[in-house]
Design a binder for this molecule. Sequence first.
Ligand SMILES: [Zn+2]
Length: 521
Amino acid sequence: MHWAYKIAEELINKYPDKETFVCASGISPSGSIHIGNFREVITTYFVVKALRKLGKKTRFIFSWDDYDRFRKVPKNIDQSFEKHIGKPYSEIPDPYGCHGSYAEHFEKEFEKSLGIFGIEAEFIYQSKEYKSGRYNRYILHALRQRKEIYDMLMEFKTQESSDDDRNAFFPITLYCDDCGRDNIDSIRFDEENERIRYTCKCGNDRVLSVMNAKNIKLNWKIDWPMRWMVENVIFEPGGRDHSSATGSYNVSKEIARRVFNYREPDYVAYEFIGIKGSNVKMSSSSGNIITPNELLKIYLPEIILFIFSKYKPGAAFNIGLDEDVIRNYSEYERFKAKHLMGSLEDEGLSQSMELSEMDDENGTVPKFNQVAGILPLVNFDTQILKDVLNKIGEEYELNDVKKISDRVEYWIKNWYTEKMISLSTSKDTAYYETLDDVQKRWLADICIVIGNSQYLSSDELMKAIYDVCHDDDKKVKKNNQRVLFAMVYRLMLNSTSGPRLPLLIKVLGVEKTISLLDFNK
Ligand SMILES: [Zn+2]
């Protein structure tokens, strides 16, 4: 059974009477959301989809943790943003100047990508929630319990606790009313009057009513379980960094039970994702990241979904931007064809297919590998490509051809220039002279076959070409074919491989093909 269905079934068994299954995920908008973070959302998405397919009502909430503190300026962002360190992401200007805030820029960018995948979640912006006062009574509760919370946190730490630390501990981030940063020097809590008095490094000295404050945020390990309780979350995944024995999940689980009287949601840890391709190394801090948007320039959304769905969250994997692109497309095309025929026997794979299906399915699109073989030869002209495909009996809407050809073009030009093959412009006589007499005879014969090919189907033409180098010994025959095709591709494309010959001949035309292969004229 597929991992998402397994999780869904466990949830249904655990909560047989639950009316709505609330599943969550969340990300801090600290920069562009890369495909590693994407796994956070997609893991929940698949579980939600499985629950729905099992007939359950769900709520899929996605929390933008944009009231978190801006810690570090990413390398690809203007270093003058240093001056905003310590403020929440929601209160910093957009470095690109197009959105209301730093947070909003990256939020909208990612929400747009999610839309392309057909992923619909209920976005919750934590800056809004915190400022709305919705959490204030829980903040007050956590402040009252601060010493117990300190003890709970210390259970997960190796260092000794001390009374001084315990007394000075506040489970909150407080953004100064004057300078907007969390540069707080001292806090005192007047429990009876539910007030806080703080001093800030900027000189501000102020008294706040906890129930009316809009600038207090619970710290992560208290914030997370508080929101589980508020939203009634029963499932949420987390990255490996949150998942160790002393990581946030286990700490938050204790806080949930002992401070908020809430049983923690089921949890699954997901592994990192790598990119395989020419010299890519992904890391957020270097600003060198692959976003879902970049992947969408190469892969159809349903294929990205399928790749993510195929791997259990606990398995790390690489997404290839090199020759793997062809392998991934071909595999998907094969499974998809079987799935449509109802003959995909592996249950997990078949469910992976279901989970990665999009609501507005594409029309029939041409095979990626085939397009990659032709497109450079027709100067990346989609209309010519469509006509060529039509000549070999494949009919597509121009729009559907474009879905693949745009991706092939982007991939070849940016990630895999090895595929940038072009037609030979003249006969390669020097190469021809290196061939032996038998090979030269094959070439002469093949020119005759091609010259008479206009009434042959692709399969008939292939058979006629194979007949040219026939041998009764199977092994010899196979080798002959290999040599013959290598010769032809070499002479036509100056390459060791190329598209299927009938297709290549359609692209070039019979006359031009013969002019490159016939050395007897
Ligand atoms: Zn201040």
